[in-house]
Design a protein around this ligand. Structure first.
Ligand SMILES: Cc1cc2nc3c(=O)[nH]c(=O)nc-3n(C[C@H](O)[C@H](O)[C@H](O)COP(=O)(O)O)c2cc1C
Ligand SMILES: CC(C)CC(=O)C(=O)O
Length: 389
């Protein structure tokens, strides 16, 4: 019998009756405010902030909330199975943790704690190139658990090649290539606070520890850290890349490759033509193009364009179990969870991230059951209507 994630609710009730209440709220939309109260403006501003006036981040939420579920009755939802096959992997639920860099600004155990939480809940962890913990240390913390590597595709080919080799050697099986960040966007909240983690040397661990990166410096990192940071800022992404460049990644990575940041159906078709295995429909949580299409509005267009020729994943705006339901109904095979797990980490380390994963999946399991579905595979556009809220 498959795991019933919904059982977590009775664990919480029963614990509560003996005086053990969860240290974090079960409504995950409250975590951002609590984290702000706990940590103050700088780092939280970086996580919560987005591009321009924030309209894309708001649109992400509105596009999910503006789609409403139409539940069905009497459909035997006693035995449910949330498991999903994603890129050839059998996952216990259609969820992974999104790649988020610089986690040490939120908690001293940073990526290690988040990765352990993902491993404990059997949810894939997607490690950012811009992590504050090197690839090898995160892998050590994860045992055999499923891990994917997110690539910021550097200007320097040798750095990219080295990152791919390090990720492979450390057991990362899927490559997620982020395409929507060739430049850092205009982010007023960070500009006004003059707060950028990299300028404090956070998020550069994989680069500073890399022989190919070090080869591009005139002095060792410890002798001139500022020069190393500036070198990182100038090379971690490459606005000059075009579609044919993907051949290099295909040649240097044996496993599945997924392109993150796709919102146009034509780009999704180009991903198919380039022999990619998947796309993440995402606008980077509204942090890159202010005024862009909401991710949930892009999702059905992309899903329709590619059919079953590649795997469609989704992120940007997922906060609740019903958001997961809606994303799957709109054509995603699985969703990546972003900011909420970072707030869980900030508030309670590994336990906080596990709490967030369990709450989200319990709520999703219940939404699925109460809407008449026993598996995510039976969800489709007919389960939703568009209705203003
Ligand atoms: C603080 C922060 C750092 C991020 N760092 C990365 C990163 O290093 N690589 C990447 O591909 N996406 C990064 N993202 C984007 C996430 O992977 C994901 O697309 C986004 O958080 C989804 O939006 P949501 O959090 O609003 O749901 C970052 C997002 C945040 C909030
Ligand atoms: C610019 C990156 C290195 C980090 C990131 O993706 C983000 O802050 O959104």
């Amino acid at each position: 019998m498959a795991k019933h994630w919904a059982d977590f609710q009775y664990e919480i009730y029963l614990n509560g009756m003996t005086g053990t209440v969860p240290r974090l709220p079960t409504d995950l939309t409250r975590l951002e405010e609590l984290t702000e109260q706990r940590l103050g403006p700088g780092p939280v501003g970086y996580v919560a902030g987005s591009a321009g006036d924030g309209s894309t981040a708001r649109a992400n939420r509105a596009a999910l909330q503006g789609r409403r579920i139409v539940p069905r009755m009497l459909r035997d939802v006693q035995e449910r199975d949330l498991s999903a096959e994603v890129l050839g992997r059998a996952l216990p639920a259609p969820l992974a943790l999104a790649p988020i860099g610089v986690l040490s600004i939120m908690h001293p155990e940073a990526e290690t704690a988040a990765a352990r939480a993902a491993a404990a809940q059997e949810v894939p962890f997607v490690l950012s190139s811009a992590s504050s913990t090197p690839i090898e240390r995160v892998a050590e913390a994860m045992g055999d658990a499923e891990r994917w590597f997110q690539l910021y595709w550097a200007k320097d080919r040798e750095v990219t090649r080295s990152f791919l080799n390090r990720a492979k050697a450390s057991g990362f099986s899927v490559l997620v290539v982020t395409l929507d960040t060739p430049l850092l966007a205009w982010r007023p909240r960070d500009l006004d606070q003059a707060y950028l983690p990299f300028l404090h040397g956070v998020g550069t661990a994989n680069y500073f520890s890399d022989p190919a990166f070090q080869a591009g410096l005139t002095k060792p990192v410890h002798e001139d850290p500022n020069a190393a940071v500036l070198h990182f800022v100038g090379m971690f992404a490459d606005p000059g890349k075009t579609w044919p460049d993907l051949a290099f990644l295909r040649e240097n990575w044996d496993g599945p490759i997924v392109l993150k940041g796709i919102v146009h159906p034509d780009d999704a078709r180009l991903a198919v033509d380039a022999g990619m295995d998947g796309v993440v429909v995402s606008n980077h949580g509204g942090r890159q193009v202010a005024g862009s299409i909401a991710a949930a509005d892009a999702l059905p267009r992309v899903a329709e364009a590619v059919g079953d020729r590649l795997t469609v994943l989704f992120d940007s705006g997922v906060r609740t179990g019903d958001d997961v339901f809606k994303a799957l109904a709109l054509g995603a095979r699985a969703v990546l969870l972003g900011r909420p797990y970072v707030y869980g980490l900030a508030l309670d380390g590994q336990a906080g991230v596990e709490h967030v994963i369990r709450c989200l999946l319990a709520e999703f399991d219940l939404t699925l059951a109460l809407s008449g579905h026993a598996t995510p595979g039976s969800l489709g556009p007919a389960d939703l209507v568009e209705q203003s809220v």
